[in-house]
Write a protein that binds this ligand. Structure first.
Ligand SMILES: [Zn+2]
Length: 304
């Protein structure tokens, strides 16, 4: 199919899913230079969406700008199995930290729960199955390089909730899960949030475009209902949006809140749920932040 026909089809799709004008939709569509294959399947049900969304949020909150090798949330690639359950291939140098961030610990120093409430690990042949103790939701994590992945030891002041209560959620976990399911007045409704965050976790190849030029980008959250991706070099916001829209990122999101461009360098999707921001200038000039220096800094952060 010709490039212009592809751009026309994408512009039409953008128009049908958003309130963007025809000229804006065409402009976005023309900026998509790389097409990376078919859209990945959505999570099989709302419980899986909830689990995956919470995982994306927890990872974004924890890593911020501390990634290695361009894996924004520590995920190198993702593949659903025949029943659409998610298998995440973790960036090898980040894999142990990803697992530590996802698993639920009561942290004495923090004075509360960290990680995904109710998540229980089950070692499997090629990785670890992480399942929700209160539902059928699960996902698989493994290292991208195929080497074994093992459960991280608890750090000082941490109480692993899966050891404390292997077959049911603890009181702290129940309260945390309730908080996560509660609507936030600053964001879109909970189902839209769960859908979009789950799609972020399922589209690492696209999301990692933000981290490609420097091997890292910035992601952060303000509350349970938003996730911000911020970068400097590489894609413009419009090109990044076009890539997400081409891969059904906002499919079935109400049109009026699906995608809004905020000139000159930002965009919002699902209301304020997913926010994209590109710095106008490079914030990591290579002469000050060489790749080796950045990796050293990030590694140090994981163990501190
Ligand atoms: Zn830059």
């Amino acid at each position: 199919m010709s490039k212009s026909r592809n751009a026309n089809l994408l512009a039409k799709k953008i128009r049908s899913q958003t309130l963007l004008t025809q000229s804006t939709a065409s402009r976005l569509a023309k900026q998509l230079h790389t097409y990376t294959g078919s859209p990945i399947a959505d999570a099989p049900d709302h419980k899986h969406r909830r689990l995956e969304a919470h995982a994306a949020h927890v990872l974004a909150t924890a890593f911020q700008d501390r990634q290695l090798n361009g894996a924004l949330l520590g995920v190198a690639s993702a593949r659903p199995d025949a029943t659409h359950n998610l298998a995440l291939r973790l960036e090898p140098e980040m894999a142990d930290e990803v697992l530590h961030v996802l698993l639920p610990y009561f942290d004495e120093d923090y004075g509360g729960l960290r990680g995904l409430p109710g998540l229980r690990p089950l070692p499997a042949k090629r990785g670890i199955v992480l399942h929700d103790v209160s539902s059928s939701a699960r996902m698989m994590v493994m290292r991208e390089d195929g080497r074994p992945l093992s459960l991280p030891p608890a750090r000082d002041g941490e109480i692993p909730q899966w050891s404390l209560s292997p077959h049911s959620a603890t009181q702290d976990e129940q309260e945390e899960a309730e908080w996560w399911g509660r609507p936030n007045r600053r964001s879109a409704d909970v189902p839209v949030r769960d859908l979009l965050f789950s799609r972020i976790l399922r589209r690492p190849t696209l999301v990692n475009r933000a981290a490609a030029p420097h091997g890292l980008a910035n992601c952060y959250t303000h509350h349970s209902g938003d996730l911000v991706i911020e970068w400097c070099c590489g894609d413009t916001v419009e090109a990044f949006c076009a890539a997400l829209l081409a891969h059904d990122f906002i499919k079935n999101v109400p049109r009026h809140e699906a995608c809004k461009l905020i000139p000159p360098h930002a965009a919002r999707m699902g209301g304020y749920t997913v926010v994209l921001r590109r710095q106008p200038d490079c914030v990591l000039p290579y002469d000050l932040f060489g790749e080796r220096e950045i990796a050293k800094r990030v590694h140090a952060g994981y163990t501190s």
